[in-house]
Design a protein. Sequence first.
Length: 294
Amino acid sequence: MNKDMKLIMESWRRFEETATDKETHVFLFENKKPIKTDFNVLLEQYDSKQLTEKQLVKLWEDSFNYEYEQLLKEVDWEKEAALTADPGYKPPRERGALGEKIRDFILQKSIQLVELAKKGIGVAVKVGKTLLQAVGKFKESHPLVFKVVSVIVISAAMFALMAALDSPEAQAAIMPAGGAETVVPTGEEGGISSGAYEALRGLIHESDVSTEVKTKAMSLIDRAQQSKEVVDLAQMKTEFGQFADERGKTLEGLFKLAKGAGGRERDPEAAEYLLKMIKVGKSVVYKIHGAPTR
């Protein structure tokens, strides 16, 4: 582990310690006036279905933008313009109290991101993008802060994804395309998790093939899901069996991207797409001779 990565991991551990039981706030607007509010109020309103996911993200982003603007207003830009003539000039974000406020602001928003990630991958990715865009402005002056927040954003997205895949239902009796080296979540018997099975259904539904092939492939994996023995799609010889196997390989590839397998950077957008496929898989209905395939 290089020196830079050690610093990142040490900062991540400090973040986890600081985040424990730390109260943070947001600003909600009433008649265009900002009202400082405990962040947990937002979470409680979302849990009680008073807020939709879209509303939750919008309120958080409005608060984020307001607080960020307040930070910038603390700088006397006319004075700063005059100071730039000094050879030893440092921008305000690198100096004293304001630098500390920026770091504290980023820490608070990172804590909120982790809590929001527990509500779903969609929230985690949308909020994470907002946070990264803001922190990106300090990439040169605070490179370590930028890297730590990047780790937090991607970790939060993965946390949300794995929570979505950690279904309490029984695993599907379908062997992962990656075999023993798979990165797809599996159960004790070696079959893919029920969440991964739903994602596979979504991938089949979204594919550009005939309805007949989709229907037969869906019937195949739906029967496999109910099987007492793990089914290896790679052994299927029919057109729809081979198609289902190809979708299984796509599923494996998406998980490799999302998890950062093979030394790659984790891809939160791949994680977001997997969650979308889970939702599609759960909702679509296919029928053969009028009878649902599951």
